[in-house]
Design a protein around this ligand. Structure first.
Ligand code: SAM
Length: 274
């Protein structure tokens, strides 16, 4: 960073309700030389609402490198740049990370202007008690393979497109069973906002309860799975089973009972049987 180089501001914007813009975000957008927008037409609504006339350029998934180069030049020359996405926080399931990485690489100043984010908003209204969560973004288009990572005790936050909601909820139900809890947060901060918490078994019917229920924008929060037993517990269960079962069988049953990894239990069982 030279004393004369500019600052890249990563600015969060509303996820539906224009009143959610922070005063600071407006101040920054008003003051910068260029606003890099995921889509200049989408951001125009917000900018016009606040009477902001700064120059805008497009920076989206398909031009992030070339457009980013020009913005870096502006920053090097002492100009200030704000990065915004269509809604919410840039870089969260949205473009922006490449430009931010390049700015860091050049030692330029990067300052976030925090604000709306659909994942955090949905999680805050989910009520799941946990000091950690997994943000998994959008699930891969095909298959429920991505779901294997969600077995743990952490709540999982997902973004989902409206036309895939029913399939995704059914995949979650098949994988995690009817009792696991789910929060569906729909149209957050907008006119038809709904936040509903239910057992997975009830989710398909909730979605089918009206045509609007599968329209709009959605965040899903999958509740935490059951606590796995402590490792000492798994060892104790394994020890008991080894009194009457061979190592492989004992490890398999102990893994089922305790949720501990079968491979680790098998290695332990072999060691104990020696
Ligand atoms: N960067 C954004 C953020 O900070 O939340 C997320 C962008 S991602 C491309 C868009 C997805 O976020 C939508 O498909 C939906 O899953 C979720 N989302 C955005 N706005 C929302 C809203 N108002 N209510 C519910 N979900 C929303």
């Amino acid at each position: 960073m030279t004393p004369t180089s500019g600052t890249l501001y990563v600015v969060a914007t509303p996820i539906g309700n224009l009143a959610d813009s922070s005063p600071r975000s407006i101040e920054v957008l008003r003051a910068v030389d260029i606003i890099a927008c995921e889509d200049t037409r989408t951001s125009r609504t917000l900018l016009a609402h606040h009477g902001i006339t700064a120059r805008t350029v497009a920076l989206h998934a398909h031009n992030e490198r070339e457009a980013g180069e020009k913005l870096l030049r502006t920053l090097r020359d002492g100009g200030n740049v704000a990065l915004v996405s269509d809604a919410g926080t840039p870089g969260i399931s949205d473009p922006g990370a490449l430009l931010v990485t390049a700015a860091h690489r050049e030692g330029l100043r990067v300052i976030p202007v925090p604000g709306p984010n659909a994942a955090v908003a949905a999680y805050s209204a989910s009520g799941f008690i946990s000091d950690r969560f997994l943000f998994a973004g959008f699930l891969p288009a095909k298959g429920s393979k991505g779901l294997d990572a969600f077995d743990g005790t952490m709540p999982v936050i997902l973004y989902e497109a409206p036309h895939r909601m029913l399939d995704t909820v059914q995949a979650l139900l098949a994988r995690f069973g009817p009792q696991r809890e789910l929060v569906i947060a729909r149209e957050l901060s907008k006119k038809f906002e709904e936040v509903a918490r239910m057992a997975l078994a009830e989710a398909p019917a909730w979605l089918a309860a009206g045509p609007h229920r599968q329209q709009g924008e959605f965040v899903l929060v999958l509740g935490p799975g059951e606590e796995r037993r402590a490792p000492e517990d798994a060892e104790r269960v394994l020890g008991l089973l080894l009194e009457s079962l061979p190592a492989a069988e004992a490890a398999k049953v102990a893994a089922k009972i305790t949720g501990a990894p079968r491979k680790e239990l098998y290695a332990l069982a072999v060691k104990r049987s020696k």
